[in-house]
Design a protein around this ligand. Structure first.
Ligand code: ADP
Ligand code: ASP
Ligand code: MG
Length: 407
């Protein structure tokens, strides 16, 4: 079998972990498999590199940030190759440049466009274990790019798709995908399997166990994907097209803490003001998530929306610069918020779901600031300090009870 195995930051955090993972890799190789490994930077290396950069220049260009951040993964692959050398197996580490992982030029959030697998296949033919840097790509100028935080999952799935791997295993610090982050909600339940669509929804709403683009790619190329623990042998969660389990109304609860809220207050109540605001932000590639507009009164209205924390200051600056064009009284903003979402099929058609969600937050004494619903999810915005409690209350209301009913 050709297997792609990806190990996240905590799985390679120190020498002991690296040696442990090296044995997991060589055990699989010994069984006769061709093994391609994708690694993240060790532990908190990426965060530490960002801190270092901020000390020197908080406005550093994205190009130089990518040049810096990509070094974290390069350390991991070399160290892992050394650990495998020590165990006496043939191994080679490669970075994105060496294995031709071509991406768009969108520094800090690039997308993989093409991978030419010749080098990797050559190394596999030479019986090497191939260790590849996650998270990074090169653009058409051969400059280094990165794929967005958590992007090593996407590197692994893209490589698995392109190499036609039989299996792509994402090894991490939990033993599978749960109904909610098991670190936040103690009675979260591990799922035996989950469909690509459900996983995509959870990942997009903040469940960082898989990078959302990795799930998109897995679905597109039908990659055989498993999430499992790098520390234990426990069976992981299979992510696949169709789930054999009975469809549950609710699959999971996701928490996204990378959220900021901006309120534009006192906008003239006339056609086109929302268009002006969101087209200005769109031009700067700032994506907007939840949006609410108050009912116009006395010829003025308010529009509030959420962006990612990193985009908040820029968004406020753009709106202030264009204050005359848009026409508003003031802007307020706050990044002390979080989004909690409940995900599952049939949300919109099931009238009890929204009520149950608000009953859960009401019972927990949590104030809901914004709401958005769709076919498959309901999201609410709450104070950051309330996020974990809201997730637990909502999880308890939906999942714990649904599980009890099934048993
Ligand atoms: P890695 O470094 O291996 O890529 P991440 O920290 O990116 O690991 O992702 C694993 C983490 O995702 C877990 O430690 C867990 O806290 C978090 N997580 C969030 N939602 C879920 C979920 N639904 N199921 C499992 N883990 C989740
Ligand atoms: N090292 C990168 C990050 O911390 C990529 C990854 O771990 O997937 O975001
Ligand atoms: Mg990750």
């Amino acid at each position: 079998m050709l297997i792609v195995k990806k190990f996240g930051g905590s799985s390679v955090a120190n020498a002991e972990r690296i040696n442990h993972v090296a044995r997991t890799i060589t055990d699989s190789y010994k069984e006769g498999n061709q093994v391609v490994v994708v690694l993240s930077a060790q532990g908190d290396t990426t965060d530490e590199l960002i801190e270092k950069a901020m000390e020197i220049n908080p406005d550093a260009s994205k190009r130089e940030m990518d040049m810096l951040l990509a070094t974290g993964e390069q350390q991991s692959v070399a160290l892992m190759a050394m650990a495998i050398e020590k165990l006496g197996y043939p191994v080679i580490s490669l970075n994105a440049f060496q294995c031709h992982i071509y991406s768009t030029s969108n520094y800090s959030n690039a997308r993989i466009k093409e991978i030419s697998t010749e080098r990797i296949n050559n190394e596999l033919a030479k019986k090497n274990i191939v260790i590849i840097t996650g998270f990074q790509g090169v653009n058409r100028h051969l400059d280094i790019t990165t794929l967005g935080r958590g992007g090593s999952d996407t590197s692994a799935v893209a490589l698995a798709a392109k190499l036609g791997a039989d299996l792509c295993e994402i090894y991490t610090d939990v033993d599978g995908v749960y109904t909610c982050d098991p670190r936040l909600v103690k009675n979260a339940v591990k799922l035996e399997e989950i469909t690509y669509d459900e996983m995509l929804e959870l990942a997009s709403l903040g469940a960082k166990v898989l990078h959302n683009r990795s799930v998109e790619l897995a679905k597109k190329y039908n990659v055989n994907l498993v999430v499992r623990s790098s520390m234990t042998d426990a069976e992981g969660t299979v992510v696949k097209e169709e789930s054999k389990l009975e469809k549950m109304l609710v699959n999971g609860v996701a928490v996204d803490k990378d959220v900021a809220r901006i309120a534009v207050v006192g906008i003239k109540d006339e056609p086109g003001s929302a268009f002006k605001i969101f087209s200005l932000l769109g031009k700067e590639k700032i994506s907007v998530d939840l949006i609410i507009q108050s009912i116009g009164r006395e010829l003025s209205k308010d529009i509030s929306f959420t962006v990612s924390k990193g985009d908040m200051e820029k968004a406020v600056e753009i709106l202030n610069k264009n204050a005359d064009r848009i026409g508003f009284k003031e802007i307020s903003y706050n990044d002390d918020v979080a989004k909690v979402s409940v995900v599952g099929a049939g949300m919109a058609t099931n009238p009890g779901v929204a009520a149950a969600m608000f009953e859960a937050t009401f019972d927990a004494g949590i104030n809901v600031k914004m709401i958005s619903t769709s076919e498959i999810k309901i999201s609410i915005l709450v104070s950051a300090k309330d996020a974990d409690a809201a997730a637990a209350a909502i999880h308890d209301k939906f999942i714990t009870r649904a599980m009890q009913h099934r048993n």
